[in-house]
Design a protein around this ligand. Structure first.
Ligand SMILES: [Zn+2]
Length: 280
């Protein structure tokens, strides 16, 4: 998806949601719903402790998040034919920034070419190394036409529309990466008990090519619990999948179209217009 701006308030909301979701899975005791409420709504309630950590994360890291997002947006990580994340200078710089930020936040970092893994290990006494919580994001962006932008698409613009963070990838999906990393940092700061490793997966060709991901998954064991943070929905716990429709249009002449104009069938363009090719 190629949205250009994100409401600053939504960054905070996304951070809170990401953190709350993560903390409720790494710290099961966070879910402390009264039996009656749970039975009535079937929705777990989050503990005061989890809410406190979320408030802490937003209060402490709001400015740092914007700064980190500025840096990640500065790299034009659009796919370039014939180049890979290890040969395209923008991707090399982007990964270098992710590595530095991981080190600054005390998170582990592993570069697998098209996939970067950023992790926070479990700290529970009943540590099971094989257990992890996955957070799935992507670091590449759609192309942007600078002529259509008030400022450079790769310069985080906080002024053109006050309250919004405008830049290519702020919402899809670099804001999500920053959100997840600072959520992990807040969980670490507060020594939240976690019996699962939290592992942020950053894929680098989501907008262009899913084959390298398939190759990576052949030798990688994904978490059995995953959340996706992408675009306008801040946290998604269960993607509903996607569909791809291929049209075959018969080679008909204009006169044939005119002859059928009286039919009630809408024109092809009318059928196509609601569709787009976005893969989340
Ligand atoms: Zn996306």
């Amino acid at each position: 998806m190629s949205q250009s701006g994100i409401q600053h308030a939504r960054v905070r909301r996304a951070l809170s949601l990401a953190l709350l979701t993560a903390s409720s899975w790494v710290m099961p005791q966070c879910i402390a719903a009264p039996a009656t409420t749970a039975a009535q709504t079937n929705v777990p309630q989050l503990s005061q402790n989890a809410l406190k950590v979320a408030d802490y994360a937003v209060a402490k890291y709001d400015a740092a998040m914007v700064q980190s997002l500025t840096q990640l947006v500065s790299f034009n990580t659009q796919a370039v034919e014939g180049q890979t994340p290890d040969t395209n200078p923008a991707f090399v710089g982007f990964k270098s920034s992710l590595k530095q930020l991981s080190q600054d936040l005390g998170l582990d970092y592993a570069d697998h070419g098209y996939v970067v893994l950023i992790g926070l290990d479990a700290n529970s006494a009943v540590n099971n190394e094989s257990k992890k919580l996955g957070i799935v994001t992507h670091g590449d962006v759609q192309p942007a036409n600078p002529a259509l932008w008030a400022k450079s698409p790769y310069l985080l613009d906080t002024q053109s529309e006050p309250g919004k963070l405008i830049g290519r990838g702020t919402e899809d999906d670099k804001g999500a990466i920053v959100t997840a990393m600072y959520a992990m940092k807040a969980i670490k700061d507060k020594h939240i008990k976690r019996d699962r490793r939290i592992e942020l997966l950053v894929y680098l060709a989501e907008e262009s090519d899913w084959e390298p991901l398939k190759t990576f998954l052949a030798s990688y064991t994904p978490a059995d619990m995953n959340i996706t943070i992408d675009a306008e929905y801040p946290v998604v716990t269960a993607e509903k999948g996607w569909s791809k429709i291929t049209f075959t249009v018969p080679n008909i002449t204009i006169s044939n179209i005119e002859a059928k104009a009286e039919a009630s069938t809408p024109p092809v363009s009318g059928l196509l217009s609601p569709l787009n090719n976005h893969y989340f």
